[in-house]
Write a protein that binds this ligand. Structure first.
Ligand code: GDP
Length: 301
C-alpha cells in the first residue's frame, strides 16, 4: 500500500505517472482541504476535484483545474445576467460540485468523495484531509485577504507578510492509511498551503515518523515551478529551495527527491535527510511523470 499526500497541481501530475505503475487499489490519496469554500452556491473543493478528475482521466491538465473539454455555458450566462463568478466553473465540473454539495449535506464530505470516486470508476481511496472547514488568511501589504481573493482577484501579486490557518481535525482513516502503508509519498505540492495543512492534523506527523516517507521538491533553484509557493515560503522565513522544503519535513523524511538542476544543493539536503535522489522532476509529459514515479517507487525498501 502507498499513501500520497496531495494538493491540486504538482502531486496530481505525479499521480498520472504513479497510476501507470501501481494498481489503483493499492493507493490512498490524502488531499488538502484548506482552500475549500462555497462559491456560486456550490461547495468547491478544488484539490479534491482535481484528484478525482486526475484518477478518472477527466482532468484538464493544461490548467490543472476542471474537466478537459468542458463548456462554460452556465458561467457565461451568469456573467450576462449580472452575476459574475469569481471562479470559472465549467458545466460538467459544476455538476460534480452540485452533487458533492448535495451529498455532503446529509453524509459529510468524506462520504461524498467516496461516492463520487466510485461513480467515476476510481479504485484508489481518496480521503479529504478534514471534514471541517478551515479558515485561511493571507496577510499582505494591501491587507488581510481570503485565499481565493489573493490567488484569483489579485493574481498572487501582493507581497505576502504572513499566512495563518486554523487547526482542523483529521478525517477518519487518515492515520490508519499512513500506518498501514509501505511508503508515504509527498508529491511536489505547495509545502505551505497544500502539505503543511495535512501535516498539522493531529497524529499525522507522529504516524509519518514511523513510516517510510519520500518527498519531491516543488522548488527548483530558488523558485516554484508554478504558483505562489516561493512567495509563501519567503513570508514564513523558510529558505526558498529544495533545502528549505526538506527542512519542513526533517523530523520524518527518509528520501528527498530534488531536480537535477539542484545538484549544488545535494550536500545541504543530505545534512537534513539520509538519502537524496537527483533526477528530472519537471513533469511536462507522461514519460517524465512515469520516470519520476518509477524512481520514487524503486526507492521504497
Ligand atoms: P495547488 O493546490 O494548485 O497549489 O497545487 P499543489 O500544491 O499540488 O502544487 C503546487 C506546486 O507544484 C507548486 O509549488 C509547483 O512548484 C509544483 N509543481 C508544479 N508542477 C511541477 C513539476 O512538474 N515538477 C515539480 N518538481 N514541481 C511542480
Amino acid at each position: 500500500m502507498i499513501t500520497v499526500l496531495s494538493g491540486g497541481t504538482g502531486t496530481p501530475k505525479l499521480l498520472q505517472g504513479i497510476k501507470e505503475l501501481v494498481p489503483q487499489e493499492e493507493l490512498t490519496i490524502i488531499v488538502n482541504t484548506l482552500e475549500n469554500d462555497y462559491f456560486s452556491g456550490v461547495y468547491v473543493s478544488a484539490d479534491i476535484d482535481t484528484v478525482l478528475y486526475t484518477m478518472s482521466d477527466m482532468i484538464n491538465d493544461e490548467l490543472w483545474y476542471g474537466v478537459k473539454g468542458d463548456t462554460f455555458i452556465t458561467h457565461e450566462r451568469l456573467e450576462e445576467i449580472g452575476c459574475p463568478e469569481l471562479l470559472r466553473i465549467g458545466d460538467i465540473d459544476r455538476a460534480t460540485k452540485i452533487q458533492k454539495t448535495q451529498i455532503m449535506k446529509e453524509y459529510g464530505l468524506l462520504k461524498a468523495v467516496e461516492i463520487q470516486s466510485e461513480k467515476m470508476g476510481i479504485k484508489s481511496k481518496i480521503i479529504p484531509m478534514s471534514e471541517e472547514n478551515s479558515e485561511i488568511k493571507i496577510i499582505t501589504d494591501i491587507g488581510e485577504l481570503e485565499f481565493h481573493d489573493f490567488l484569483i482577484k489579485h493574481q498572487s501579486k501582493p507581497e505576502v507578510l504572513d499566512i495563518e490557518f486554523s487547526k482542523v481535525s483529521p478525517s477518519k482513516g487518515i492515520i490508519e492509511a499512513i500506518r498501514n502503508s509501505d511508503a508515504v509519498i509527498i508529491g511536489p505540492s505547495n509545502p505551505i498551503t497544500s502539505i503543511s495543512p495535512i501535516l498539522s492534523l493531529e497524529g499525522v506527523r507522529d504516524a509519518l515518523r514511523d513510516a517510510f516517507v519520500i518527498a519531491v521538491s516543488p522548488i527548483i533553484g530558488s523558485d516554484s515551478v508554478s504558483g505562489p509557493a516561493s512567495k509563501f515560503m519567503k513570508a514564513l522565513d523558510i529558505e526558498v529551495s529544495s533545502v528549505g522544503v526538506a527542512s519542513l519535513y526533517e523530523d520524518f523524511l527518509d528520501v528527498m527527491v530534488i531536480d537535477d538542476k539542484d545538484d549544488d544543493k545535494k550536500i545541504k539536503v543530505n545534512q537534513i535527510v539520509n538519502k537524496v535522489i537527483i533526477t528530472n522532476t519537471i513533469m511536462n509529459n507522461l514519460d517524465a511523470k512515469k520516470n519520476l514515479a518509477e524512481i520514487i517507487i524503486d526507492s521504497i525498501p
